[in-house]
Design a protein around this ligand. Structure first.
Ligand SMILES: Cc1cc2nc3c(=O)[nH]c(=O)nc-3n(C[C@H](O)[C@H](O)[C@H](O)COP(=O)(O)OP(=O)(O)OC[C@H]3O[C@@H](n4cnc5c(N)ncnc54)[C@H](O)[C@@H]3O)c2cc1C
Length: 284
């Protein structure tokens, strides 16, 4: 199918973009990489009356180490992360994760901010943001506000973004060199969305876990940070027994969705495996 008729504007500045967005409210849609929006329009699942194309706003495309955080412009393409964007565990993690997002051509167009705004429950960037506790900067004619990842994701394709707000920047905590990271994803074919995935970041000192981030995705209406299990990891040894116990608890802690791709029971088992493998990779 082809999309329903729509108007198209290509603002030359951020202030113009947010003015047009404010003027059209619900009827306007931001066009970033178009890799989710355009298919949805072709299926007429989305019928915006005007597309506001932000691809002429180069100021929204950057990756900037900024003290204890990494600031990422919303329009930064997935492909920018193929190679580590910063030295250390965070750059490594992002380059490890990005290879699981769709296919190479899609990664050349799709954007970090577009993924978060779209809020697919199986989005890898949403898992990264939720697990590491990202701050999301959104801008409108009313000004700027910063939303924590915990409040930003509301459910499947649902976020705290108001209809007149543009996501402009994502701030991830810069993981210092003593953090170690692991990521595991399973999908049926390369490039498919995840049936289940897990991300682990551990700060280990003398074999003892000093700090932990653990999250899972693809199994519920949004990525889930397993805060309770992080608490159980902290202060203990990074041993195979501990990892097995945490993987079992992760399995029990969720009520996964079932669909034509996988049953809830299958996804539970998959999450136990994903958590175990992400933790093992981090420890290794
Ligand atoms: C075949 C295929 C496989 C895919 N596989 C995966 C996968 O495995 N993992 C994965 O994560 N993704 C996958 N994707 C989706 C891809 O990563 C998209 O790039 C991403 O979901 C959306 O980013 P985009 O820049 O293309 O956004 P767009 O498609 O342009 O926009 C998506 C939505 O977000 C809104 N939006 C975009 N940018 C902003 C902004 N800055 N502020 C406010 N709202 C905004 C748009 O209005 C729209 O509602 C796949 C896509 C395809 C076609």
């Amino acid at each position: 199918m082809k999309p329903a008729p729509f108007d198209y504007v290509q603002p030359a500045s951020l202030s113009e973009a947010i003015s047009v967005l404010a003027a059209h409210g619900d009827a306007g849609k931001i066009l970033a990489g178009g890799q989710s929006l355009v298919p949805a329009m072709n299926f007429r699942l989305a019928r915006p009356s005007i597309l506001i194309d932000i691809n002429r706003l180069p100021d929204l495309s950057y990756v900037r180490p900024d003290g204890d955080r990494l600031s990422i412009g919303a329009l930064t393409r997935h492909a920018a992360f193929h190679r580590p964007v910063v030295d250390g565990p965070l750059g490594l993690l992002l380059s490890r994760v990005v290879r699981h997002i769709a296919h190479y051509p899609i990664r050349q167009r799709g954007t970090f901010g577009g993924s978060l705004a779209h809020a697919d429950p199986a989005s890898e960037w949403c898992l990264v943001a939720a697990t590491l506790g990202a701050d999301l900067v959104v801008t409108s004619v009313r000004g700027e506000r910063v939303i924590g990842s915990r409040d930003f994701f509301r459910g499947t394709f649902s976020t705290a973004l108001a209809t007149d707000e543009l996501l402009t920047e994502i701030r991830l905590p810069a993981l210092s060199r003593d953090w170690r990271v692991g990521f595991y994803e399973f999908s049926r074919r390369a490039g498919d969305f995840a049936l289940g995935m897990a991300l682990a970041a551990l700060r280990i000192d003398n074999g003892i876990i000093k700090d932990a981030r653990l999250g899972i995705g693809g199994v519920a209406d949004r990525a889930i940070r397993l805060g309770q299990l992080e608490g159980r990891l902290i202060g203990g040894p990074a041993s195979p027994d501990v990892i097995d116990a945490i993987a079992r608890e992760a399995r029990e802690s969720i009520t996964p969705t079932g669909d034509i791709h996988a049953s809830p029971e299958y996804r539970r088992d998959l999450i136990a495996t994903a958590v175990r493998r992400a933790l093992v990779e981090a420890v290794a």
